[in-house]
Write a protein of this length. Structure first.
Length: 278
């Protein structure tokens, strides 16, 4: 019963953070499972991936109704990522826990720094005019044709998106992270899509790659359903509640607060690993 309640609580926190920060829940799930239930990354990653998969799929379906998902870009990114996600999962079970934990802590710290920076620059980004974006469109590999409403595919475009998909798939399988911290910057740099479309497309990619990772993890090593089911249930409840209050709480200050907490967690993970090792 104790494990059940803890799993629900940890999942609830994950879903709540995801709803309020937009991305934080996908990376905070692993530390919560490690500290709260004493799992190693290889055990926690599939559980986190399933929660990420379901929450991202829900967000992508909502965005689909609004016509914001770029299907070809999402499908291409997912196709390249699906090929490397099993490699990441296989490697997670072969490598010692220590280097994988350190890698995750470094990525978490990087995400926290980026979230802090982006929240500080949020006002400046809103000030960028549409004309400025259109003037730079010719230098972008994947250019959106406004008349047809579709991306113009070129070799530089396919190459940029393929590299991003490969990296996201590998990290998703290895560390149990959604990969939005790779997909969103990549789409911002490689395309002239509006930010709403970038976020929606990112959710679709994350859902597809995570689903593949979860399926592969179940086939090769099974899933601890006694923890997974209550964790995922808690995450969905946390997301639903978080979405109802997001308009009142979400914002740059909240993202900065999460960034500080995430930095502290990443440092704590390394300290905990050192104490366990020595």
């Amino acid at each position: 019963m104790e494990i059940l309640l803890i799993s629900i609580l940890l999942g609830f926190i994950t879903g709540l953070v995801l709803a309020l920060t937009g991305a934080g829940g996908t990376v905070i799930a692993i530390p919560l499972l490690m500290f709260g239930l004493h799992l190693v990354i290889a055990e926690a990653a599939p559980i986190a991936l399933l929660a990420i998969c379901l929450s991202s799929a829900a967000g992508a379906m909502y965005a689909h109704k609004q016509g914001k998902v770029r299907y070809r870009a999402a499908g291409f990114l997912a196709m390249t990522g699906i090929m490397t996600a099993p490699v990441g999962i296989w490697l997670a079970h072969k490598l010692p826990n220590a280097p994988v934990t350190i890698l995750f802590a470094l990525i978490l710290f990087y995400i926290a720094l980026d979230m802090w920076y982006q929240s500080k620059k949020q006002q400046d980004e809103k000030a960028i005019s549409v004309s400025d974006c259109q003037s730079e469109a010719s230098a972008i590999p994947c250019r959106l044709e406004y008349k047809q409403g579709r991306l113009i595919w070129t070799w530089p475009c396919a190459r940029a998106l393929a590299f991003s998909g490969i990296l996201v798939g590998f990290l998703s399988g290895l560390l149990g992270v959604g990969g939005g911290f790779v997909i969103v910057p990549a789409l911002k740099k490689a395309t002239n899509l509006p930010m709403e479309s970038i976020l929606a497309t990112s959710l679709a990619v994350i859902a597809l790659i995570s689903a593949t990772g979860v399926t592969y993890a179940i086939l090769i090593d099974g899933m601890n359903w006694s923890i997974t089911l209550p964790f995922v249930t808690g995450a969905l409840i946390g997301m639903l509640i978080g979405r109802t209050v997001a308009s009142h709480l979400a914002g740059p200050r909240l993202q900065q607060g999460f960034a500080v907490v995430a930095m502290a967690v990443s440092v704590g993970m390394v300290i905990r690993l050192c104490l366990m090792t020595y």
